[in-house]
Design a protein around this ligand. Sequence first.
Ligand code: GMT
Length: 373
Amino acid sequence: MKIGITCYPTVGGSGVIATELGKLLAERGHEVHFITSDMPFRLGKFYKNIYYHEVETSSYDVFRYPPYELSLASRMAEVARNEQLDVLHVHYAIPHAISAFLAKEMVGEQLKIVTTLHGTDITVLGHDRSLSDIIRFGIERSDVVTAVSQDLIDKTKQVLGIEQPIEKVYNFIDKREYYPRDVSDYRQELAPSGEKILIHVSNFRPVKRVLDVVRIFHQTLQHMPAKLLFIGEGPDTAAARQLAVELGVSEHVRFLGKQEKLAFMYSLADLLLLTSEKESFGLVALEAMACGLPVVGTTAGGIPEVVTDGETGFLRPIGDVEGMTKQVVRLLSDQKLYDRFSKNSLGRAYHEFCQDQIASQYEAIYERICAQP
Ligand code: GMT
């Protein structure tokens, strides 16, 4: 098949999933066309069967804001016509599903649209009265809508009053990339006295509640020596640094910024902290589990569909710093329990969220809609 993929090409779970899915589809013999404003960050090299079509915006003086959505629609239509695309698979309703709808109007009914919802377009923008109607419109005009968790399906129906079916297709990890790596030398440098290592990976947006991560770490230190690694960057990075100083733990906290070799970073650590107040899936939890890490975090959104409470980690209510600390200390002081959780995490990541299984699910969706008149 010939599949067009549009996503936000910047660092972030939805861009990762869209790009990795494109690569898997290309490996399976499909022709994949990325139609995005920039080269998706995980693409970066030559792949047989993968093409990249940049969307350029017009900077005409009269425009107060360059109309990206229209340039995207126009580019989608052009690529769909020239390359005879069967499907446009867009990640995020806003604005991608709307641009895809316009492209389909320009090209014809034979072009099918699959929209994958990743979260914030529903859990944040869905509540914005200036956007909710157009998000609903984008969803209703897609041939198939998928969401990355049952929780997101439920929220989409609830927030937008959508009645059409939404299919659950979980996110996935590529087990050729995410597996426990041997990093003993680096670990020795970071934690020379055998301290336990906690890790948090995010874009440091307020929904991630990174200050709770610092607070949990501070309380953990009262029970055992430990180190904390922060991977990523964002609006709350400075506040997290500041709190670490105020609590007197900054010498044990490393802010490592954006990192590419995430499997190595996870492998350096013993446990992932995921303290979010909104999280439709929590791809970082899955990546960490695939590297053998249990997760301690909140019950927000789709996290409980990824992390099995009491088997691959422990989940507590949003903001329950004491409760999460207790579970961190429990897991890190009981080697037998830890080993069981680590093994469970690996098993669950590989069996429930394996790349081939999820790629086949998307493939079946494409085949089904293309068989429809
Ligand atoms: O978490 C973010 O802020 C980034 C956002 C994105 O667009 O990549 O993540 C969303 O999509 C990911 C991939 O499906 C999910 O794993 C994240 O849980 C989801 N984030 C939120 O719901 C806040």
